[in-house]
Ligand binder design. Sequence first.
Ligand SMILES: N[C@@H](CCC(=O)N[C@@H](CS)C(=O)NCC(=O)O)C(=O)O
Length: 202
Amino acid sequence: MKLYDSPMAPNPRRVRIFLAEKDIEVPTVEVDIAGAENRKSPYVDRNPMGGVPVLELDDGTWLAESVAICRYFEETHPDPPLMGEGAQDRALVEMWNRRMESEVLIMIAQVFRNSHEFFKGRIPQVPEYGEACRGVATKRLEWLDQELASREFVAGDRFTIADITALCGIDFGRVSKIRIAPDQKHLARWHEAVSGRPSATA
Ligand SMILES: N[C@@H](CCC(=O)N[C@@H](CS)C(=O)NCC(=O)O)C(=O)O
């Protein structure tokens, strides 16, 4: 088994934190995103979407999509549970994880993808779209701050994959100057707590 990884990018970090929380060690292969290795053969022959991370299983299967990779490890190493327990809890964790992905991480990533030099010439950039995403991301952090006024973690009273997705998205906001605002005390309290977990450095 191998994890195709990249140290700077938010999606591979989601998987590394998930693995660290479960105390699972998987050998990694660093993919040179800056050199567009993930956009060329042989990488795209196995993962036509070109995204990193990918988990290569022992039978040669390539499993892409961070949440699918996490799902694989949740099934093979159920403790500690990071994707909920029982029908209702699993559905709630999925609801919050999807929200953290589509409303926070992807919005923040789209600011970077549409405005940063790094992606110039690699993808068709639409800076106005990036700025619209910045506006959405800013609003979503305000919303998340209010949600965290009444509970410890994103999906309830214990750490889950939804916290990992939110942490990786918010930390990636630094490169685009998207930050937790000084008055967002609940979000800051949560961020300090999840950043202090040993897994956050994975
Ligand atoms: N939906 C995919 C997204 C994967 C993705 O976009 N990864 C980024 C790194 S965070 C990437 O490969 N960026 C380089 C590129 O798009 O060329 C997932 O959840 O894993």
